[in-house]
Design a protein around this ligand. Sequence first.
Ligand code: AMP
Ligand code: TRP
Length: 330
Amino acid sequence: MRIFSGIQPTGRKHLGNYIGAIRQYVEGQDRGDPAIYCIVDLHATTVAYEPAELRRNLYDTTAILLAAGLDPGRCVLFRQSDVPEQTELTWLLSSVTAHGDLNRMHQFKDKSARQKDLVSAGLFFYPVLMAADVLAYRADEVPVGDDQRQHVELMREIARRFNERFGETLVVPDHKIPEVGARIMDLQDPSRKMSTSVPGDAGRVLVLDDEKATRKKLGSAVTDSGREVKRGEGKEGVANLIGIYAVATGKAEDEVEAEFEGAGYGDFKKALADAVVEYLKPVRERYPEIREDEAGLERILAEGAAKARALASETLADVREAMGVGVPRS
Ligand code: AMP
Ligand code: TRP
């Protein structure tokens, strides 16, 4: 079973990323044959950005993944731009991608509405590059948070259309979205997802936040005027916190509700803060040493890229042959 996922080098990874995606990457290492994880710097160029900051953020994100438990001996960890096969495949797949499908992508609509100067063609094409990321490795499983559901649906459609048009060549991947924690909501506004792009910092706990900041943000998370620690209509804020607590402690959500029956929000939030601080502590503690060694990070990424290219170039040779482009095989 091949596992593949990608993560943007934004450097400010939050609890949503950790719970929705990163913990699944770590878990996938022993199931994946191989498990392949890509830091998608090319995707990050589709919105306004600073080149020097992109480089720093790439190291930050790489170090967070390693601190979270990715082990280059048990997975393939690399930088997207180091594997040109993925970019080439993006173009080749564009011939079986419907313009109308790209027009329907929620993430494009949301992100393009937020751009001040330029809505780049790259932003529109983002889902094709993402499809190429996965299809280049013939991955079976794609661990992601709920917000990537539509993008995975599209890559399935692209793979199916390719196979129909040019013959069985690509694997149609499945998403793997966690049952609890697939969509962690903003702590200040539980109607929207926790995200790096929301202004202000109070709505998200960052993986690297210190204990004090973590406690403060969770302590001031929006709840409701009721008093019961239960999920339900009008209780989106509390439900979100129940989900976070469940994941951080390894309990089921029902158990969490039972545990806090009769307790108030104050007690619950205190226990929640303790649990999240403990949950993220190993990552925070390991991070500085890993981040400091940029040469070491480059070495890990280079080894990952070599393994990734070996896999992707096989797929690309088949795709080129099937499409009739380039030098014929025999
Ligand atoms: P990104 O930082 O946008 O590359 O996202 C990395 C991963 O985190 C993707 O698999 C997303 O689906 C996941 N993710 C992002 N935000 C959330 C959230 N609020 N809750 C759960 N998963 C999320
Ligand atoms: N679009 C994904 C996100 O914003 C990141 C990503 C890029 C990805 N390529 C991927 C995720 C391939 C899974 C598979 O989170």
